[in-house]
Design a protein around this ligand. Structure first.
Ligand SMILES: N[C@@H](CCC(=O)N[C@@H](CS)C(=O)NCC(=O)O)C(=O)O
Length: 115
């Protein structure tokens, strides 16, 4: 398994994918790409197929599977190793956890851009 990420300090999306991969317990190769600036633009336009979707990180490769969104990565890994590693067992807590994740994933774009 191979995870392509940016700088974990500046890319919370990358951190989310990395945390999911760590939490899965599956060993993986971590590939950090330089983000932003000319090198990043060059990599995105000339990447040899590591950026399948939209030129963003994180991206998880697992054999023939490629998953390019942090929440999709978490769900892919939950399917792979067991959902109890990722989500609370209690249905009430699980509902709250899913709500928090969905809200974070779909919202706060302006705040994130500002920060
Ligand atoms: N919805 C995606 C968002 C990914 C995303 O926006 N990644 C940023 C990380 S800072 C990125 O790669 N930005 C680079 C760019 O837009 O050129 C996810 O959850 O993985």
């Amino acid at each position: 398994m191979k995870l392509i990420i940016g700088n974990k300090n500046y890319s919370s999306w990358s951190l989310r994918g990395w945390l999911a991969a760590k939490q899965s317990g599956v060993s993986f190769e971590e590939i950090t790409v330089p983000m932003f600036g000319e090198a990043w633009d060059e990599l995105k336009s000339n990447d040899g197929g590591t950026q399948p979707s939209h030129g963003k990180v994180p991206i998880l490769w697992d054999e023939e599977a490629v998953v390019w969104d942090s929440l999709a990565i978490l769900e892919y890994l939950a399917d792979k190793v067991g959902r109890d590693r990722f989500w609370p067992k209690d249905p009430v807590a699980r509902g709250m956890a899913r709500s928090m994740v969905a809200e974070m994933h779909s919202s706060y774009q302006a705040l994130r851009s500002e920060c």
